[in-house]
Write a protein that binds this ligand. Structure first.
Ligand code: SAM
Length: 277
């Protein structure tokens, strides 16, 4: 079975993780990603997008979200972890040692069918094949409303921004006090990502307009103590600094010290869901 349109991008991130696993300086092990990549046909449309830089940034993003998830699960009581737009994610296996009662993966039906064909799922690992914009996945979740951790890696900018805003508002009503980790694209990275995603017929739809620092407020989310956007960025930089070449280090230095770059950057955040104000 092959994937179509936006779902092909799940093969890109799978490859980045499988190749990370093979590196001598890998930041994580992911043997399942290697196995799954071996069963996948590589879409040639992704050739122009994939290379050493995208391998590194996608693998480090996956690890960064693992690290935030790890810290959140250690600090907070979480009943269920839900990966929205999970693609061919193998995060549940990477975080097997952590404490959670249920793990739920949600993606479009063809992606979930492929995951199930490859053996994903099980007693504490539910697979739901539907659009995240179709609220039926929410009805399938069990557990106290404030004990969910949602993860949406590489997802929200493929959807219309108004739909993302409405989805987060509905999640806020249903799961007040739970949290969500997701990544956003800033103006500095948008044009290149739009060109790359257009290759698979799914150009990204929106970027941050009011700067990275305002992202949680703009999307109607609360900042959670110890998980402030700037604190997460600093932790990630410390962890990955050794992987950057001199040019990237220079860019990061500029980004940290210039208002323009700070406002235009992309990144990963954790926000707490709130009931509408
Ligand atoms: C870039 S991939 C990311 C996959 C995975 N989160 C990762 O980081 O490896 C984007 C994923 O979003 C999924 N997706 C896009 N639109 C969706 C929607 N409306 N509902 C559910 N999943 C969607 C695609 O099928 C694809 O698996």
């Amino acid at each position: 079975m092959s994937l179509s349109g936006v779902s092909k991008t799940a093969i890109l991130t799978l490859r980045a993780r499988a190749e990370e696993h093979a590196r001598s300086d890998a930041v994580f092990s992911d043997p399942l990603a290697v196995t799954w990549l071996g069963r996948t046909e590589w879409p040639s449309e992704l050739d122009a997008w994939y290379g050493p830089d995208s391998q590194m940034s996608l693998a480090l993003r996956a690890d960064d979200i693992d690290q935030i998830t790890r810290r959140y699960l250690e600090a907070t009581t979480v009943h269920t972890v839900v990966e929205l737009g999970c693609g061919l994610s193998t995060r549940r296996q990477r975080l097997e040692d952590l404490t959670w009662k249920q793990w739920v993966d949600v993606d479009l039906p063809e992606v979930v069918a492929l995951r199930e064909q490859w053996g994903a799922g099980g007693e504490r690992h539910q697979q739901l094949g539907c659009s995240v914009l179709d609220r039926s996945w929410m009805d399938a979740l069990e557990g106290p409303a404030d004990q969910f951790l949602f993860i949406a890696e590489g997802l929200f900018y493929y959807l219309p921004r108004a739909d993302v805003q409405a989805l987060l508002a509905d999640m806020g009503r249903r799961f007040t006090g739970s949290s969500i980790i997701f990544d956003v694209v800033g103006p500095l990275d948008f044009a290149k990502l739009r060109d790359n995603t257009a290759l698979v017929g799914a150009p990204v739809q929106w970027k941050l307009e009011t700067g990275f620092d305002a992202v949680l407020e703009d999307l109607g989310l609360d900042v959670k103590d110890d998980f402030e956007p700037e604190a997460l960025a600093k932790t990630a930089l410390d962890r990955y600094w050794h992987r950057f070449d001199q040019k990237t280090k220079g860019m990061i230095f500029l980004a940290l010290n210039s208002e323009l770059f700070r406002a235009g950057r992309s990144g990963t955040v954790l926000g707490q869901l709130r009931a509408a104000r």
